[in-house]
Design a binder for this molecule. Structure first.
Ligand SMILES: [Zn+2]
Length: 55
């Protein structure tokens, strides 16, 4: 998985994991640009959202 902002490879564990409806949400913090983002997984599909406070 890569940081959606700078493309840095995230090869370390998520900060936090939780369930949101049918999604598994994992929160990561990029160690290069400092962006905190969530990864939502559902049936193997994964997409990112970036918390607005970080933009
Ligand atoms: Zn980054």
């Amino acid at each position: 998985m890569k940081c959606p902002v700078c493309g840095n490879e995230i090869d370390y564990p998520s900060i936090k994991d939780w369930q949101f409806n049918d999604y598994v949400v994992k929160r990561y913090s990029c160690n290069k640009c400092g962006t905190t983002f969530n990864s939502y997984s559902y049936n193997g599909d994964e997409k990112f959202t970036i918390p607005k406070r970080m933009l």
